[in-house]
Design a protein around this ligand. Structure first.
Ligand SMILES: NC(=O)c1ccc[n+]([C@@H]2O[C@H](COP(=O)([O-])OP(=O)(O)OC[C@H]3O[C@@H](n4cnc5c(N)ncnc54)[C@H](O)[C@@H]3O)[C@@H](O)[C@H]2O)c1
Ligand SMILES: N[C@@H](CCC=O)C(=O)O
Length: 542
């Protein structure tokens, strides 16, 4: 039974349309009604047992209708996290003793369950809990998560096949052990796919995990855990703890068996986690692997040769889909004066016309609400500052209303000062800063914008002149980990555009790729000599 197997060849999950009258739309509507009509107990799962955390309760609400409570979680306490650490350590020997194929089969089954019977549930949870439009939910909680699970199985297999050469009389092998200890996965609110990928990628490579989702993503995280259980994930392999993460910081991060952190979220939180590890560095059994994908100040650069319709579409979709709450969202644009004069009014009219509302009731809406009160306050403050600044013109949007949901209108700000904070600060909302440059200053503009923000996540060049494209690609080589030519800077697809950025945007280990999975193994080189020497003397000794 020790055959070296091939794993199924992965292909990207097709995106369903949810057109009016379609079967998938009817199934989604029914699930939205069902989940929206319940009050869920958003439990932890520790050692396979579901129970509520021991700390303060947190209501999880619909962002577009914040009086409606979807369920309640309780913050995990230090004792809860200690129990999760114990469960992860207990489950580790049996989990790593399973073959790669056995572990992979669980993720492949989870992908099939999500592609079929669980699709409407996870999409409905993402629409309700994170205020994604149906189209944005489908590309995230269905397609991207299915892709992560199927493609990672193939990428992990490729890691295992990397073997050294052997000279005559010797057999050299590379063994891929899991890390010695447990991995902590801490996940953001904005992508159900990222939340599902971060704990399962280390688990696939044989590690056991403590998973701490964002409270505002907990409804979808809750169902993700149920899918993994139905797929056969043994108890203790992934232990879900709920809440704000304080107890994880207190208990799991300084633990001697912390073997790695798999994080996606803000730059500030990642730096806090890294600092905590640094402060405890002498106490660990091994150096913890730190993998973190964080913030962005993503750009669209337009050249005078750009196709105006391509530019407008890249800006509208890139900046405002999912309310600009993608780490990849276009939040600054550099447009030549000649082109801006031609597209500005039409572009701003399109932005003003974008539909925004209760995405769970109106499946045709383009946008929903921003995630919570804190995000709303941040965006409101940024817009009010811009409205009060002489150097900034508010060209579109500028409105906000939190009476029913946390609604912020898609907003376009123009400033002649390319150092203003609208070009440097991640607002993580539907706010786009535009700087208009003189056509003759293309090169100088590239030099200025290259390093003005601390991030290097995504960026796009919109141009038809090949020399202009080449100049942007070269000068902005280190300004983005994902670079797009004549496309929006969002919407990376697993297996096609491995995703991640550098500088303050993260460790760039490219989620959903072989480079990420390599971080979750600890290699052992084995040399076997078939006819070992029996005399210590070398020929030159005579
Ligand atoms: N580069 C990427 O791939 C990528 C993808 C998605 C989101 N992001 C970034 O994520 C951010 C938005 O997500 P967010 O608001 O959920 O980020 P966040 O940093 O506020 O939270 C991320 C996670 O960290 C947890 N957390 C916060 N403080 C903690 C602490 N002291 N100890 C332990 N856990 C703690 C949160 O509860 C959450 O689970 C943006 O900056 C965005 O750019 C980056
Ligand atoms: N991978 C996603 C962004 C994830 C961050 O929020 C994209 O490419 O748009």
């Amino acid at each position: 039974m020790d055959a070296v197997t091939n794993v199924p060849v992965p292909a990207n999950e097709p995106v369903k349309t949810y057109a009016p009258g379609s079967g998938e739309r009817a199934a989604l509507e029914a699930k939205i009604k069902e989940i929206g009509g319940e009050q869920l107990d958003l439990t932890m799962t520790i050692g396979g047992e579901s129970r509520l955390g021991g700390g303060a309760p947190v209501d999880v609400v619909e962002p577009h209708n914040h009086r409606h409570v979807l369920g309640q979680l309780k913050n995990a306490t230090d004792d809860d996290v200690r129990a999760a650490v114990d469960a992860a350590r207990e489950a580790a020997p049996a989990w790593r003793a399973l073959s790669y194929d056995d572990r992979a089969a669980i993720l492949l089954k989870a992908a099939d369950l999500l592609s079929g019977p669980w699709r409407a549930t996870l999409n409905a949870a993402t629409v309700l809990g994170q205020s994604k439009s149906v189209q944005q939910a489908e590309i995230d909680s269905a397609c991207e998560l299915i892709d992560f699970w199927r493609f990672n199985v193939d990428f992990g297999r490729q890691v295992l096949t990397q073997q050294p050469t052997s000279s005559p009389g010797v057999w050299n092998q590379m063994e891929y052990r899991p890390l010695e200890g447990f991995v902590v996965a801490i996940t953001p609110f904005n992508f159900s796919a990222i939340a599902g990928n971060l704990p399962t990628a280390p688990a696939l490579m044989g590690n056991t995990v403590i998973w701490k989702p964002s409270p505002t993503q907990q409804v979808a995280a809750h169902f993700t855990m149920r899918i993994l259980e139905e797929a056969g994930l043994p108890p203790g392999v992934i232990n879900l703890v709920t809440g704000d993460g304080q107890a994880v910081s207190n208990v799991a991060l300084p633990h001697p068996d912390l073997a790695g952190i798999h994080f996606t979220g803000s730059t500030g939180t990642f730096q806090h986690l890294w600092r905590t590890v640094g402060e405890n560095i002498a106490g660990y059994r091994s150096y913890p692997r730190l993998v973190g994908e964080t913030g962005g100040k993503d750009f669209v650069v337009a050249h005078p040769s750009a196709d105006p319709a391509v530019l407008k579409t890249a800006l509208v979709r890139g900046a405002f889909e999912y309310q600009g709450q993608k780490c990849s969202a276009a939040s600054r644009a550099y447009v030549p004066r000649s082109l801006w004069g031609r597209i500005r009014d039409e572009f701003c009219d399109e932005v003003e016309a974008l539909t925004m509302g209760n995405v769970a009731e109106d499946l045709s809406a383009f946008m929903g609400a921003v995630i919570d009160e804190r995000a709303f306050a941040k965006h409101k403050a940024a817009i009010e500052r811009a409205q009060a600044a002489d150097s900034i013109k508010v060209l579109a949007g500028g409105g906000f209303d939190d009476s029913e949901g946390y609604f912020v209108r898609p907003t376009v700000l123009e400033s002649a000062d390319p150092t203003d904070e609208i070009f440097t600060t991640e607002y993580f909302g539907p706010i786009l800063g535009v700087h208009v440059y003189d056509d003759a200053n293309y090169d100088a503009m590239l030099d200025q914008m290259e390093g003005i923000a601390q991030y290097a996540l995504t960026g796009a060049i919109i141009a038809q002149d090949r020399r202009a494209i080449a100049a942007a690609a070269e000068r902005l080589r280190f300004a983005a980990g994902n670079f797009y030519i004549n496309d929006k800077p969002t919407g990376a697809v697993v297996g096609q555009q491995p995703f991640g950025g550098a500088r303050a945007s993260g460790t760039n280990d490219k989620a959903g790729s072989i480079f990420n999975l390599i971080r979750w193994v600890n290699t052992r080189s084995i040399k076997e000599t078939f006819a070992p020497p029996t005399d210590y003397r070398y020929p030159h000794m005579g």
